[in-house]
Design a protein around this ligand. Structure first.
Ligand SMILES: C[S@@+](CC[C@H](N)C(=O)[O-])C[C@H]1O[C@@H](n2cnc3c(N)ncnc32)[C@H](O)[C@@H]1O
Length: 217
């Protein structure tokens, strides 16, 4: 049974799940310069140590390489660390009924995230916040739908221990996820083993200064 503690500040509210130590910080200011994905920040315990932010970028907040990626419905896509970003739910919409099911590897517990968003929605903080909650619930539901996505709730480091997982993906995406946060310097080289021959690994770990959105941050 969920047990939430709420901390209220003048312009933000924090919902803490006492059982898991997951925290959701929502910026509640009426007018805010924060982009939607920065307005809702989840913080969860890292699988190795410390804390991890789970973000929820909208597509225009992704790197240009991701925004310009042409989706080919018969390729096997795999995303590491989807969080609540829009890339995977949008990809799912673009695939055909007989496309290979995309794979998500993320150790975050999407059920816990959904519960916390649902709880926050019931606080009725504002219309805008409720709308955002609905968007995020929709994203989490897509990732949790086994008909649409194969979800592997695990650190990619664990996934890489099984050689049966090698050579399975045409396109791997890691957008501000394991490649950025891992302490292991050779992780990217190991991730490439998941690719088929001629597969593509797209990874992003720094905000590009030439990104059109950069200056709005
Ligand atoms: C900063 S969020 C990025 C979310 C999304 N890709 C975006 O760009 O908004 C990092 C996500 O990567 C996941 N993650 C980080 N390290 C990981 C690892 N080693 N294996 C699997 N998932 C990982 C976290 O749980 C979190 O959901």
């Amino acid at each position: 049974m969920a047990d939430y503690q709420i901390e209220r500040f003048s312009k933000r509210i924090r919902v803490i799940d006492q059982n898991s130590d997951y925290t959701l910080t929502i910026d509640t200011a009426e007018r805010t310069h924060l982009k939607p994905f920065r307005r809702f920040i989840f913080t969860i315990p890292r699988f190795d140590k410390g804390k991890m932010h789970v973000t929820a970028r909208d597509l225009p907040d992704y790197s240009l390489e991701v925004q310009n990626l042409e989706i080919e419905p018969y390729k096997q896509y795999l995303e590491i660390g989807s969080g609540l970003g829009e890339f995977m739910p949008d990809l799912v919409k673009q695939l055909a009924p007989d496309s290979p099911k995309p794979i998500v590897i993320d150790y975050v517990d999407y059920h816990l995230l959904m519960g916390m968003i649902d709880y926050s929605k019931n606080l009725s903080l504002s219309k805008e916040i409720n709308k955002r909650c609905e968007v995020l619930i929709d994203r989490a539901s897509t990732i949790l739908n086994p008909k649409k996505v194969t979800l592997i709730t695990s650190p990619v480091e664990h996934f890489l221990l099984d050689e049966e997982n090698f050579g399975i993906a045409d396109v791997i995406m890691d957008h501000f996820a394991a490649s950025l946060y891992s302490h292991e310097k050779s992780l990217n080289e190991r991730i490439k083993k998941i690719l088929k021959t001629n597969g593509v690994f797209i990874w992003e770990q720094e905000v590009k200064k030439d990104h059109p959105k950069y200056h709005e941050r």
